[in-house]
Ligand binder design. Structure first.
Ligand code: ACO
Length: 321
């Protein structure tokens, strides 16, 4: 028995914001952003929400899989930026899709969120609790980004991606590795609501994404290759056995650094961050969907997915397409 991805979908906001557009807002340039990050433009919400994007991506994944919302037994939504604390975004997506029979809940592991949600879905399916799951990563980071901070506002984009997975008899997911390091939480953070009740009230200041870019960079190029090696060792594969490495799209230089450390040719690392920026938990499923719809994923191919980000959280998953 295995668990297989049998459908993918994605959704991006209509509005495209180029580096030149950002140069109208903060002191930056297309040249600086492209050289340091590889990003050329990103989609930014002018009304689309985590929920609306997730619902569209989920609908497309179901269509792609040839399934309907009524089939879905588990709906997991990874996000770091839900519109509401309660109800959770997953339950709102359940309502929009009409997935009445699904159990739905959110999961936050920042940029590793989709991967952690996929692992959670597989664990439920392998335990025999559910037969299938719709796993979504959706972010509208533009509402938690400080649009006066040039060191962060140029990096992120909004969007959602989804994968529909099912229990099956042919090889699918081959293995997972996950790690967290809460001692390094300060390198990338965004505050929530402060304590306020009749007995205490802390200042309620709006909080935005704050990042130590160099620390994030060093963490990613050090830990992600080690994590991928750990995964491949565990399932008895070599780096050369992997057809495509579908990594979190934080930054071109991070992806190139990881490829170098693994001694794998860069053409095995597809990228779309030049068009979409860093979409946190949505990055991996959006890229996967683009590859799927472009016909670049053939049956029998071996893929490694790897997500990494705030927490710190990071992990990798190997699968047979
Ligand atoms: N435009 C122009 N200049 C800028 C910009 C900008 N958008 N942002 C920062 N600078 C300036 C800084 O102010 C600084 O100027 P100074 O020397 O006068 O003080 C100079 O550029 C260098 O700044 P650094 O922060 O040292 O630049 P660095 O080369 O480290 O690049 C970057 C910054 C791109 C953020 C890099 O650290 C990086 O790629 N980090 C990884 C972070 C990342 O990808 N985060 C995504 C979220 S986390 C995740 O998804 C895993």
């Amino acid at each position: 028995m295995s668990v297989k991805i049998i459908g993918t979908g994605s959704a991006l906001p209509e509005k495209i914001v180029t580096n030149d557009d950002l140069a109208q807002l903060v002191e930056t340039s297309d040249e600086w952003i492209r050289e340091r990050t590889g990003i050329g433009s990103r989609h930014i919400s002018t009304g689309e929400t985590v929920v609306s994007l997730a619902a569209r991506a989920g609908e497309r994944a179901l269509e792609n899989a040839g399934r309907t919302a009524a089939d879905v037994q588990l709906l997991l939504l990874a996000t770091a930026a839900p519109e509401t604390g309660i109800p959770c975004a997953a339950c709102q997506v359940q309502s929009i899709l009409g997935a009445a029979g699904a159990v739905a809940f959110d999961l936050n592991a920042a940029c590793a969120g989709f991967l952690f949600a996929l692992h959670t879905a597989c664990a439920y399916i392998e335990a025999g609790i559910y037969e299938n799951a719709l796993v979504v990563g959706s972010e509208v980071l533009s509402k938690i980004v400080d649009w006066t901070d040039r060191s962060t506002c140029v990096l992120f984009g909004d969007g959602a991606g989804a994968a529909y997975v099912e229990r099956c008899d042919e090889p699918g997911i081959l293995g997972f590795v996950q790690h967290s390091d809460g001692t390094k939480g300060e390198v990338l953070q965004c505050g929530g609501r402060q304590l306020s009740n009749p007995y205490i009230s802390l200042p309620q200041e709006p909080s935005f994404v704050k990042m130590d870019g160099r620390e994030v960079f060093a963490f990613a190029v050090r830990q992600v290759p080690a994590c991928i090696q750990e995964l491949l060792g565990r399932i008895g594969l070599e780096t050369g056995d992997v057809d495509l490495y579908v990594l979190h799209q934080a930054n071109r230089r991070i992806v190139e650094g990881i490829a170098r450390r693994l001694a794998v040719a860069e053409d095995r690392f597809p990228m779309n961050l030049d068009r979409v920026g860093n979409m946190s938990s949505a990055a991996i499923p959006v890229l996967l969907d683009e590859l799927n719809r472009a016909g670049r994923l053939r049956a029998g191919m071996t893929l490694v997915l790897s997500g990494f980000g705030a927490g710190l959280t990071y992990g990798a998953c190997a699968l047979r397409w």
